[in-house]
Design a protein around this ligand. Structure first.
Ligand code: BGC
Length: 514
């Protein structure tokens, strides 16, 4: 990873410097931020399928589940709003916290936000591990959510500011990669703790403290970014820091660009008002729709509830948790594919191919479940059909993992001009968290009421979003962030929103498609 020589500024310019150990450490800290996010996504589904956990906290769900066979619809055996609140409360807390985090990150620096995130998350993990009643459980989840809100707001910002511009794209997907590793680790932990005679769920929940500790300690020892130091008027320190992270005393060009960029963005006093101006309409719409669509792929049905879903399909307890491990592993490996091809083939190809693949699998799973359970919800999957459903779900997860998973975070982060970038990023995070909450909260009810139609429902959304990408999302591969307005200007639909003076005359014309 030690890359010597110049660092591309992303606008044809070369900054001096190399990839130093500092940058590598920043990557690791960012990765632990992703691990925390992922661990949470993966842990709750397994825990909510453990008998002991249900008996202790949700006895009515437990009773309903045990009595379901033969009498009650398979579709409804897990429906319980307190149970879904356990999973989804975290995302509501994260959504609210991310607004506070954005103010903290701007005023006091990235490091403070990361530290707050780690500490609050740690307290949440302890409370969850020690939970005696539902209240402790939910309060713990809310604290974990606040931690995630702070971490997801500050870590990516920290990372993209520390990273040399040339590595920014890969590092961005690195964060998603860490998220998938976190999910997979949680799946494995659940599989292990489910074998314990008692308190397995406690161990699963308490182990969230491990990534939180790593992140908190990392945040305490890491320096703040040059950008943040400049923003807070500490120019000398900022210059020293830049020299240290780039491994050269010769940082004049990059430093003066940072000072200029900070001056421009400080002229915009109200980024939230500015982003509503008509000339930013393309970015605003895409930044709202991409996280919305990402959640409407239905991925978190699998990520949160895979063990529950597999139990619904008639898998044994062990097989259900094992199947969640399998989908978790597919998620990790398919993300690597995206890292390898995203800068070669572009974002659109991945979006479109991933969309078609997901749609085909959703139709397949819907038909399969309809043929076995029908509308009544009574029936049993044979081993062969169960395995076919598992295979289809894996192919679906792979498609998500190389398309909407990483691109859902990457694309919104690269389409905004500097003056509205942070506001745009906050919208992206909060829309994502909000719809993660909605899906988390509604899924078990939707399954109960829409039955196999739920898979067609998400399939319909995937069809819509794939068509949307085809017509409205321009290719951003290899386009310097500073020249992104040219892509919008050249677009058949969005072009009319971009004023001529927003596209510098000194730039050469771009030739990007769509
Ligand atoms: C999404 C999460 C999802 C995860 C799955 C992320 O990009 O934001 O909601 O659970 O991918 O890997």
């Amino acid at each position: 990873m030690a890359v010597g020589g110049g660092i591309s500024a992303g606008n044809g310019k070369q900054y001096e410097g190399r990839v130093t150990p500092f940058v590598v450490v920043a990557c690791l800290v960012a990765a632990t931020g992703g691990l925390i996010f992922g661990y949470d996504i993966g842990i709750s589904g397994g825990v909510t399928s453990m008998d002991e956990f249900l008996q202790k906290f949700f006895p009515t769900v437990y009773a309903k589940q045990k009595n379901a066979t033969g009498h009650e619809s398979q579709y409804c055996k897990f429906e319980n709003h307190m149970l879904t609140l356990f999973t989804s409360s975290l995302y509501l807390a994260a959504l609210i916290a991310s607004f506070f985090a954005s103010a903290t990150t701007r005023k006091f620096g990235r490091k403070i936000s990361m530290t707050i995130g780690g500490v609050v998350f740690l307290i949440g993990a302890i409370l969850n591990g020690a939970a005696m009643n539902v209240a402790m459980l939910i309060i713990g989840r809310i604290l974990l959510g606040v931690g995630i809100g702070y971490a997801n707001q500050s870590v990516p910002v920290y990372l993209s500011e520390m990273a040399p511009p040339k590595l920014r794209g890969a590092l961005n997907i690195g964060f998603q990669m860490a998220t998938t590793i976190g999910i997979f680790a949680a799946n494995l932990v659940n599989y292990g703790t489910a074998q314990m005679k008692e308190n397995g769920w406690r161990v699963s929940l308490a182990l969230a403290a491990a990534p939180a500790l790593i992140m908190t300690i990392g945040a305490i020892f890491l320096p703040d970014t040059p950008n943040s130091l400049i923003e807070r008027g500490l120019k000398d320190q900022a210059k020293e820091m830049l020299q240290k992270i780039r491994g050269t005393p010769n940082v004049h060009d990059e430093f003066s660009d940072l000072v200029d960029a900070s001056a421009v963005s400080q002229q915009v006093r109200h980024p939230w008002k500015t982003i509503l101006e008509p000339k930013y309409r393309p970015q605003l719409i895409i930044t709202c729709l991409i996280p919305l669509f990402q959640q409407l792929t239905g991925i978190n049905v699998i990520m949160f509830y895979a063990p529950v879903l597999f139990k619904t399909l008639g898998f044994e307890d062990d097989a259900s948790l094992m199947s969640a491990v399998v989908t978790g592993l597919v998620n990790v490996f398919a993300t690597v594919v995206s890292i390898l091809v995203v800068d070669r083939f572009g974002r659109r190809v991945l979006f479109l191919e991933g969309g078609i693949q997901m749609l085909a699998c959703q139709i397949g799973v819907g038909v399969l479940i309809a043929s076995v359970f029908g509308v009544s919800g009574n029936g049993t999957f044979s081993k062969g059909l169960g395995n076919l459903a598992l295979a289809l779900i894996c192919i679906y997860v792979a498609a998500f993992a190389w398309s909407w998973g990483p691109l859902g975070w990457l694309v919104p982060s690269e389409i905004h001009p500097m003056e509205i970038r942070s506001a745009g990023q906050s919208i992206n995070v909060s829309v994502n968290m909000f719809f993660t909450f909605v899906i988390g909260q509604l899924f078990l009810s939707m399954l109960c009421h829409m039955k196999f139609g739920l898979f067609f429902f998400f399939g319909g959304w995937v069809l819509l979003m794939t068509a949307f990408v085809y017509f409205f999302v321009p290719e951003t591969r290899n386009v310097p962030i500073e020249e992104m307005n040219r892509v919008w200007k050249a677009h058949w639909f969005w072009g009319k929103y971009i004023p001529d003076d927003a596209v510098g005359l000194s730039h050469k014309s771009s030739d990007h498609d769509a």
